[in-house]
Ligand binder design. Structure first.
Ligand code: BES
Ligand code: MN
Ligand code: ZN
Length: 487
């Protein structure tokens, strides 16, 4: 999808020759600055009780008299913020996306001047509106025809909004990639398939990509990762991607994504209901791939390393058993009391592997615990960090990217439940505070650098009617990387 800014016609929006025009209305009345023809249409709709100034309310008009646009939609925004603008766009685009229009112009009337954040939100919302999963569904309807979107801007805003659109387009491309790979079923999106995708991204954007197979992973000594992988006939992969945007001597950011391509629970088997959704258990890995794509397009001046341990968690005659003790890459031993707490086992070895890059910071992203869904629901990702500066940066990125995250505690008292009679630690504690004890487990492997953990179990995908991957937290991660590059 193409995005550009466009100067509003001096004669008014009704003179804009375009396939479709979406007008976001800010405020509680027909804005005085609205073009006359549009204003009288909207006034009439309000009188007829067909439109209200309530967030998300839409009015669609086909070939309205006195307007050059073939399709016109109004949508009400709660206020002038980028967040309200995005919510209004999602609603407005919903009424336009499946129509025949290929070209859409978007205007905001009644609020203050738009910012780069508004422009970015438009690119993200419009791209998301036309995303359609088709990889294993040949009968999927034809994708919406919408291909070009312009944002109406005053002359003084053009530079800023154009920059926002460009950034939004890159974020949107990353989100789309993350959604696509997370949506693919586990028999398609295998560890080998993810590795191929990483290689492809490397070719497209000039990243160096390394892929380790089981033998190499054994040689390195990732005993915890291998314990999870050993139950499956599908071979594991450890993926390393290097983005070089600054001098070699500059310490990189390291992103680590949980890549469980299917989580049955292993011998500690999960119940059957909704188990299909455990194909989304590589959402962390998908978000890292998506972020690398956005970075590849935006080329910030910073070094980034992406690490993805990828495997299936399966039961079987070779599978790891409750009570088995394994040796992690760090040398610490782990008693695997529950084979369904596998994410932390593959991540801990990746976190130790990260040490060799002498990172400026490490952020891991994982669909780690059902307990995080209970704690925060499906709106906020759980953010854990003992480093206040890093946590602050990630929360700022979350706000500017409109990708919600909430900081969770890491008090040492939560660590006590991880003690084991037979190893340096157990891989589970009790049920209370399960998202926190999982983070405490990971923290034991992160003593060598500033570290943060994002639990996206509640935010990485949606269930029910809108079932599918969300592509979160690609926007947050991309903003974090850009913020670091600018600092
Ligand atoms: N992938 C799951 C976490 C998960 C569960 C995410 C449900 C989204 C929805 C993870 O591997 C897991 O199974 N965690 C266990 C940990 C427990 C055994 C300590 C959990 O959350 O139940
Ligand atoms: Mn599990
Ligand atoms: Zn899992």
């Amino acid at each position: 999808m193409d995005f550009k800014t466009q100067l509003a016609p001096t004669a008014g929006l009704s003179h804009l020759p375009v396939d479709a025009l979406l007008v976001v209305i800010v405020g509680q009345a027909v804005p005085k600055t609205l073009d006359k023809a549009l204003g009288s249409l909207l006034n009439d709709a309000v009188k007829q009780a067909d439109f209200e100034f309530k967030a998300g309310r839409c009015l669609y008009l086909h070939r309205p008299a006195g307007v050059r646009a073939a399709r016109l939609a109004f949508v009400a925004a709660a206020d002038a913020s980028a967040k309200a603008f995005k919510a209004a766009l999602v609603a407005g685009l919903g009424s336009l996306k499946m129509l025949g229009a290929t070209e859409l112009a978007v205007a905001s009337v009644g609020g203050e001047a738009l910012s780069a954040a508004h422009a970015e939100a438009l690119a993200v919302a419009a791209s998301a509106a036309v995303y359609l999963y088709r990889h294993t569904k040949p009968s999927a309807p034809a994708a919406p025809r919408l291909a070009r979107v312009s944002l109406l801007a005053a002359k003084a805003q053009v530079a800023e909004l154009t920059k926002g659109l460009r950034q939004g387009q890159a974020v949107a491309a990353g989100v789309a990639l993350a959604r696509e790979y997370a949506n693919r079923p586990a028999n398609h999106a295998t560890p080998r398939h993810l590795a191929e995708q990483a290689r492809k991204l490397g070719k497209q954007h000039g990243f160096k990509v390394e892929v380790f197979d089981r033998k190499k992973i054994e040689k390195i000594g990732m005993g915890a990762f291998l314990a999870v992988a050993q139950g499956s006939a599908e071979p594991p992969r450890f993926i390393v991607m290097h983005y070089r945007g600054a001098a070699k001597s500059q310490a990189p950011l390291v992103l680590v994504g949980k890549g469980i391509t299917f989580d049955t629970g292993g011998i500690s088997l999960k119940p059957g209901a909704e188990m299909d959704e455990m194909k989304f258990d590589m959402g962390g890995a998908a978000s890292v791939l998506g972020t690398m794509r956005a970075i590849g397009e935006l080329r910030p001046r910073i070094n980034v390393v992406a690490l993805i341990p990828a495997c299936e968690n399966m039961p079987g005659s070779r599978a790891v058993k409750p009570g088995d003790v394994v040796r992690s890459l760090s040398g610490q031993t782990i008693e695997i009391l529950n084979t369904d707490a596998e994410g932390r086992l593959i991540l801990c070895d990746a976190l130790t592997y990260a040490e060799r890059f002498k990172p400026a910071a490490v952020v891991d992203i994982a669909t780690l615990t059902g307990a995080c869904v209970i704690a925060l629901g499906h709106h906020n990702s759980g953010l854990f960090s003992s480093d206040d500066q890093l946590a602050g940066e990630l929360l700022a990125a979350s706000r500017s990217a409109l990708d919600a995250a909430w900081r969770m505690p890491l008090d040492d008292e939560y660590d006590e439940g991880l003690k084991s009679h037979f190893a340096d630690m157990a891989n589970i504690a009790g049920r209370p505070g399960g998202a926190i004890t999982a983070a405490k487990f990971l923290q034991r492997y992160t003593t060598q650098y500033p570290w943060a953990h994002l639990d996206i179990a509640g935010t990485g995908w949606q269930s029910g009617a809108a079932k599918g991957a969300t592509g979160r937290p690609v926007p947050l991660l991309t903003h974090f990387v850009l913020g670091r590059a600018a600092a």
